[in-house]
Each structure stands twice: as C-alpha cells, then as structure tokens.
Design a protein around this ligand. Structure first.
Ligand SMILES: *Cc1c(COP(=O)(O)O)cnc(C)c1O
Length: 410
C-alpha cells in the first residue's frame, strides 16, 4: 500500500506543486476539501480580481463599464475554448445557467430537425438535463428514448448507433463525464455515430471541462454546454457556456429572442434579426461579475495547462483507487467508477449501503468534505489544481478509521 511518505513524494515531484498555495484555504487547517466537482475552490487571484472589478469597474466607472463589458461573454468563451475545449475562437458564449443554455441549444437543434420524432438521453443523466429534455419532448410531441448505459462505464458509441438507427432521432444529449460514476465517454465516436444516423449531438461538459483535455473541433462536435463553477473554479452560480460549431451557427436559431442576440442591438429596431455569429445565442444582459471571476480562474488553468491538469486528475484519482483497494474494499465499499484513469474524469464514486451517513460523519467528525448521491454513492472529487496528494492520503485514512470505529455497523 502507498505510504504517507510516498504521497508526500508525489507532492514534491508534482509539476503543479505550486498551485495549491494559489487557492484560498479555509481557516480550519484540518479540513480536506474533496468536492471540487460540485464547487471549485477560490483562487487568490480571482478574489483580488473580483474585489477590483466591484470597486473600480462597477464602483468608479459605473455605466461606462459597458465600454469593455460588452463582448466579455464571447471573450471569456474564447478563453475557455482555447484553454480547455480545443475550440477555435468565435464558437462560445458564456451567460445564463447551464440548464438554460441546454434548453436553448436543444430547442435550436430540434427546430433544425423538423422531421425528427425522438430525443435520446441517458437514463442516468444529470436530473436538470433530463427535465429540460422531458419538457421539450412533451411540448413538441416527441418521444424521449432513454439509453440504459452501463452504470460504471457510461454511454458507448455502438449503443448510440443502435438506438439512433432504430428511430428517427433528432437529438442525442449526453454528458462527456458522468456526474455519478465519473465515466468518460468517447466524444468523437458517439458524435460520429449520431451524425451517421442524421441526429445532432448536444454534449454536456459540466463535469469534464477542466478535468479532461477536450478536443471539440477535432471531434467535429456541433453543440455543447457546460458549467464554469466546477473544475473551472468560477464561483457559485457563475454562468454556463454554450458552444456552437461555426458551420452550423447561422442554420440554428435559439428560442429566446433577446436584444443581446440582435444584429444591431443599440439600433433598438422594430424586428428581431439574429446576429450572423455565435453572439446570436445570447439573450439578455450577462452576469458581468460572474464572467470576471470565470475569466480570472480560467487564466489560472491556462497557466497550469490543461494537459498537466488532466495528468494531475489521473494521478489524484489513481491514488484514491489504490487506497480504496487496500483499505476500503475489505470494509464493504465498492468502486463505482472506471478503474482505468483514461476512462474517467476527475472524481471517483464509491458505493456503500450507508453512504449517506458515512458522508455526513466524515465531514462532521473528520473534517473531510465529500458528497453523497442517492441512494448509495459517495463521491470523492479532488479540486484538481489545489488538492494535495497527501490530503488524499489523509482523507482516505480518516475514511478507513471511520469505517473501523463503527465496526461495519455504520
Ligand atoms: C452541474 C451540472 C449542471 C448544473 O446546471 P445549472 O444550470 O448550473 O444548475 C447541469 N448539468 C450537468 C451534467 C451538471 O453536471
């Protein structure tokens, strides 16, 4: 089994070893934060940048701030695209929540496939995504086809090919990294399988962005959305992004026609004429302070490099799995994530019948923050640029002791 010294050695040789100190640490020194996939931690630089934007931009410039706030949604989109998505400029806007972005792109995709009769979604997909698609299917009289993917390995290209070949599918909507198991889907393979059947694919990158080196342009992805407050560390409620491949932008119309998507918004003209670029997917005034925070945090990721962040995700999660094998498998836990690092994102799911109680006691009595997903999943989500390897070791050690204290009667 890996010793604590060996975990400390991983920190010493880590190419990103200076990054943990660049994040704000809570005052309680014993606290270990392993919920980076729900809400990423706060970089010092982002705290300072936000304070500066509040005082000097909002406070001093007042409405003149719009001279540079206009276009921020697309500039931050380009930065995310270049840093973490393998996407050329001019294909991403950042505004609205991820759920709203998903609704807008799904709706636009369905309009572009008027003969389609069905939408495909994974049965285990993130609830908000399923609810949006359920609503769209109801409103349009479409069939919702649920893909019963393997709970650990997620959706496979052959399954998508089979289900799309069977019916007249307009849209396939899937997560690149499963919020439960962390399984990493085959972006290019699934996209190709859906396209071959005439369906558009809308990817939700919420748990993947910042944890995986995503190549949207290479995979010829048409549509994607994602979160900025998870592994991009944009802060609570920071806006989601929408990616629309350049070639399909003018063929798609979004359903919420607002002035930020209008060709010449300040002409205040009588009729809606959507912009001819990705800007047409904007609706109303974007949350500027949220965008400022996202921009600052994504710059930190750019400095680290997505390839090194990805590598770190693999080594952090491998340490979790190694210690699980040694300590937790014999104590009634099961691994609910793929074993191979290249088949998963940045978090690990462990299954235990009493996961809810374990999660609560691990935080209340042992200072380790994880999260619980009903009915029996404990998610261990390192913050990929700030969790130290020795913290993983200590957290798993505390989890082992918690299991022993209660003698299996958790
Ligand atoms: C986190 C997450 C969301 C969150 O959506 P919000 O609109 O920001 O609340 C949506 N979908 C997936 C797959 C997620 O992981």
């Amino acid at each position: 089994v890996v010793s604590r010294d060996a975990a400390e050695e991983l920190d010493r040789i880590d190419p990103l070893r200076d990054f943990p100190a660049r994040f704000v640490a809570p005052p309680d020194p014993g606290r270990i934060y392993l919920n980076g996939n729900s809400l990423g931690p706060l970089p010092h630089a982002t705290a300072a940048r936000l304070a500066d934007a509040v005082l000097h931009e909002w406070g001093h410039q007042q409405v003149d701030g719009w001279d540079h706030w206009l276009g921020l949604s697309e500039r931050v989109g380009n930065l995310i695209g270049q840093t973490a998505l393998g996407a050329a400029a001019g294909q991403i806007v950042v505004a609205d929540s991820t759920t709203v972005q998903l609704y807008k792109l799904a709706s636009a995709a369905l309009d572009a496939r008027p003969d389609g009769t069905a939408i495909v979604v994974d049965r285990g997909e993130f609830p908000s995504d399923r609810y949006v698609l359920e609503g769209l299917a109801d409103a349009r009289g479409l069939r919702l086809i649920y893909l019963d993917s393997h709970p650990v390995h997620g959706p496979q290209p052959h399954a998508v090919a089979r289900v799309t070949a069977a019916g007249n599918v307009a849209l396939v909507c899937l997560s690149l990294v499963s919020y439960r198991s962390g399984a990493l889907a085959d972006l290019a393979g699934v996209t190709r399988a859906a396209r071959d059947a005439g369906a558009l694919t809308l990817w939700d990158l919420s748990h993947a962005v910042g944890a995986v080196d995503i190549l949207l342009d290479d995979a010829q992805v048409d549509l994607a959305v994602g979160c900025t407050y998870k592994h991009l560390n944009g802060g609570p409620g920071s806006p989601g992004f929408a990616f629309v491949r350049r070639d399909v932008q003018t063929a798609l119309r979004q359903p919420i026609q607002g002035w930020f998507g209008q060709e010449d918004m300040f002409a205040m003209g009588p009729a809606y004429i959507p912009r001819a670029d990705v800007g047409r997917f904007q609706t109303g005034t974007p949350p500027i302070l949220g965008l400022v925070a996202v921009e600052s945090s994504v710059r930190l990721l750019a400095e680290a490099g997505i390839d090194r962040a990805r590598r770190r995700a693999e080594v952090l999660t491998r340490l979790v799995v190694d210690l699980f094998d040694a300590w937790l498998a014999p104590r009634g836990f099961a691994l609910a994530s793929p074993r191979e690092p290249h088949q998963r994102g940045g978090h690990i799911a462990l299954r235990h019948p009493d996961a809810e109680n374990i999660c609560r006691r691990l935080q209340d009595d042992h200072g380790v923050v994880t999260d619980f997903r009903s009915p029996d999943i404990l998610r261990i989500g390192p913050a990929l640029l700030s969790t130290r390897f020795v913290e993983i070791w200590d957290a798993m050690d505390r989890l082992r002791r918690l299991a022993d204290e209660t003698g299996g009667g958790l």
